[in-house]
Design a protein around this ligand. Sequence first.
Ligand SMILES: [Fe+2]
Length: 255
Amino acid sequence: MRGEAGALKRLSFQIAPGSDLGDVARDLQKDGLKCERRKGVSPGIAEAVTFEDPKGTPIDLYAEYQFAKPDGLPSVFNILKLGHVAYRVLDVQKIVKFYCDILGFRVSDWRGDFFVFLRCNTDHHTLNFIIDDKPQLHHIAFEVLDWSEIHKAVDYLAHNKIHLVWGPGRHVIGHNVATYHRNADLVRVEIFTEMDQMKDEELGYFDPRPWHQEFPLYPKMHGPETLRNYWGFGSERVIRGYQTNEIPSYEPIRS
Ligand SMILES: [Fe+2]
């Protein structure tokens, strides 16, 4: 499965190319879901089956994807993909059951019983859900190739007066090296690399890496006090500029 977040108000996932969307719709209806066929979903997606998850977010499933033509313009840094999307939800158990039972996601890790990381491919997580009284988007995350791409990205953001609100650091859960900034809509945006990989589901552990704390590293429930970062600033509960209810303001760094 491959994901897209269109205007952040809906999620789209690619299922196996060649899948019959009629069959998919019938299967979803058997699971009690109301679904409809949509055409012209995005420039790359001609047709999809759409239904809503338990928190009311429309989900598109599509089988075929038409890639955009390269524009030939050089980039300061390169995004590999939209890697994951995180939400605050009222009932995390209900949402986990839905994504695992209906869409085949697997649980990679829990932090306590309130923050879950789900995978649908080799990446440690493609969706995160955390309990909160106010359901809303938590952050979106773009993958880049390596640390040097993060370095170029944050230099470029700073040059454009967009400064980090968290990171760089290496998370403990997922082990991605990550930075976070707020975009023009105040959405938290993560840029990350080196996320844990489950390349072999039968083995059931994440590919060993020197920065892991356990060998082999299996999915598990981490204690609620587990540090958010293995290294790097920001295991504090409150991080200035990161909180949803504040607008980050930066002192002028460049004239
Ligand atoms: Fe993230």
